[in-house]
Each structure stands twice: as structure tokens, then as C-alpha cells.
Design a protein around this ligand. Sequence first.
Ligand code: FAD
Length: 410
Amino acid sequence: MSEILVLGAGMVGVSSALALQAQGHQVVLVDRHSSCRETSYGNAGVIQTEAAEPYALPRNLMTLFRYGCGFSNDVLWQPGALLRMKPALWRYFRHSAPAEHARISRIYSQLTSRAADDHAPLVAAAGAQSLISTDGLSEVYRQQSGFESAAKEAARFKEQYGISSRILDGATYREEEPALKQAPAGVIHWNESWSCRDPGALTDDYRALFLQRGGSYRQGDAQTLSQSAKGWRVEGESGPIEAEQVVIALGPWSPQLLRRFGYRIPMIYKRGYHGHFNAPLALKRPFLDADNGVVVASMAKGMRVTSGAALVALDSKTQPTQLERGAEALRSLVDLGERIDEPQWFGTRPCMPDMLPLVGAAPNHQGMWFNFGHGHQGFTLGPTTGQLLAEIMAGVDSEITRGLAPGTRL
Ligand SMILES: Cc1cc2nc3c(=O)[nH]c(=O)nc-3n(C[C@H](O)[C@H](O)[C@H](O)COP(=O)(O)OP(=O)(O)OC[C@H]3O[C@@H](n4cnc5c(N)ncnc54)[C@H](O)[C@@H]3O)c2cc1C
């Protein structure tokens, strides 16, 4: 058993720390913050067992044209950022070809299908049951044509992946969701997905569980990582921290650190925003307003609206256009109430061109391991890839671990 530094205490880092600790390692978790604040804090909180297929880059010209012209609220982009991400986007485009996307989905669906089961023991041991609902996620369609094609997709998902859903006309759905002001065209209710009313609190509860089980947590700057006689060293706020092995779980900040070690990680940064509203009626379950590219969920702080993907640089200035547009459009469907005054949060989905997280040994450094690049579903997948990483570090080799391995993919 060895001493291991896990850098990053988002859902992925905390879950990795727990899984490695369960194998008997001595683990030190390091983050710059004292509590969860970044991507794992501000997301839509859905544990997406329905997300069997990762988001591909659309390849049909009409959709690309709509995105390009800014006609869709799903995606926004900045020309400079597109240029910088060009090599990664080109690879993303190629991996989005139907046959390749099907290959990737065969791996991805094996991750998402076990995600709730992997969260379950952690939720129970952390005593976090009150944060979780097992009542699913809905996709609300305002247009009949959109609903009909979504219903076909839901039937395909049932046949291909065994994922169950309820396909409901809008009037029927409205009877079970009184917060809706009007009946949409139709709804897909993915009834096996879970949701969390405070994703940051769940991540911190998992961290508390890790501490309770004997782990240690230190604030420090991961960017100070260097090789040392023992193995690896970072500067903590109260002095250096050393260990034999290191796990990089810094989500969207991972490539920045790894560049110093000679790795060029082709990441696509998809920013999203959230805002809270003091809605008078809580929602029964979160839903995606499919025509407006926003997810809305009743959470601890109020009704949280989260926006789609903005392809912008990691450090570009705040521009919550998609959130504002989406919230405005939502008002015809639910009474959002007033926006709660708070600093504007945003976070970045760390997306790999082949849509799979990078989990496994760093190709060129002994004792360095990767676990990042979880894109749109890192809150869902943290416990799953945490366990897989622990297995890989223990020498387990399987089709799935090979599929996620960095060595063959960078
Ligand atoms: C708007 C939005 C909605 C989303 N909705 C969902 C959803 O419903 N379901 C889902 O599954 N996923 C969702 N996601 C995606 C999900 O949130 C991410 O994939 C996931 O949170 C990534 O987790 P992580 O641990 O890799 O990264 P993070 O949570 O970002 O953690 C990285 C950690 O690294 C730390 N760090 C960075 N640099 C340093 C440094 N120099 N020194 C020390 N520490 C450092 C940060 O402080 C942070 O704690 C959403 C994302 C967004 C933006």
C-alpha cells in the first residue's frame, strides 16, 4: 500500500480518494478551496444514468448552421476560443462520426449504467440521503416534432441499453407536475436517474466521509506539483506535502498543470452558468427545457437554472447570455419568481475530444495517474471512475479500463 496525493476535491477527486482509501492506501486530498466551489458545486445535480451516449458534435449542416449563427440557446461560442481549441474540436468532430460515436457509447453506457449504484453506498455511508431524490429527470418538449423524435430516441435507448423511461403527453405530465403553468407538447421522464438538491454539499459530505475514515485533507496549490525523492510533492498552506504517487483530478484545470510535464491535453472547455430563483412552487423533479437548452431544478438555495455550453476560454470574462435567455423563456412554463442576488457562478465542463474521461496511468511518468475529462457527466461519474482508477492502480485490466486509458488516446 502506498501514500497517494489526490489533487482536486471535486466529485472526481473526492470519489477517487475514497476508492483508493478503501483499498488500504494512505491518501491526502489537496484542493485550493476549503469546500467544494467549482464545477462539482454549481452543476444541475443530476445523476444521469440515462446518459448512455455522450454529447457528440452535431454533423448535420442545419444544426451546425444554427449553432454557428447563434440561433440555438444550447451552444454559444467565441471565435478566439474556437481557434485555440481547433485541434481538439477537429478530433471531436471526427469522433462524432456515427460508427465511432457508437463505439464510444458502448464504453460510456457501461459507466453511466452503474453510476447510481456506485453513488448509493457513499450516499448511505455519508448520511446524505436527504440530498438525493430517485424520482428521475424529465425532458420537456414544447414542439410536437421535437417530442416525437425524442420519443423515438427513448424507445431506441430502451431497446439498445435497457434504459427505462415514461413517454407522456404534456397534459398528462402537467397533472403530476403542478408547477408547470401550461401543458407542453410532451415529456420524456427518465425514471431511473437521480437528482441531488445540493451537489456541492454532496461532494463535501463525501469528503467528510473520507476524513472520518482516516483520510487527510490539505489546502494547497496543485500547480506547485514537482517530482521529489519520495515521488511527488506539492506546496500546502501549512508546508510541503509528499507522497509516492499522485492522481490528477483537477477537472478543467488538469491540462494547465500537465503542460509543465510535457503533456498537451486536447480539452474542449464548455462553460455553463447557474442562477437561483425564489420560485413559489417547487418542482417534483428537475427537467430539461429542450427547446431552450436549460435545466431547471428545485435545490437547497432556490430554483436553480443551469445553462448549456459556451465554448469560451477557461478564464474569459463572465457573460451569462444563455442563462438569461433560457430563464426568460422558462417563465412561460414555470413561475420562477425573482432572481436571488448572489455572485454570478460559472463552471466548465472538461470535455475530451473522444467524449470519454481519461482514467489511468500518465504515459510518461511513473507514479502519476489521471482521472479527469468527465465532460457533461462528471457529477454522475465521479464514484464510478474513482473505483475504476483504484482498480487500474491495483493492476486490474479489462475492456473498460483499456477504453479509458490515457496511453492510447493522447
Ligand atoms: C452548468 C453545468 C451543469 C452540469 N450539470 C451536470 C449534471 O447535472 N450531472 C452531471 O453528472 N454533470 C454535470 N455537469 C458536469 C460536472 O459538473 C463536471 O463534469 C464535474 O463536476 C467535474 O468534476 P471534477 O471533479 O473533475 O472537477 P471540479 O469539480 O471542477 O473539481 C476540480 C477541483 O480542482 C481544484 N483545483 C483546480 N486548480 C487547483 C489548484 N491549482 N490547486 C488546488 N486545487 C485546484 C478546484 O478547486 C476544484 O475543486 C455540469 C457542468 C456544468 C458547468
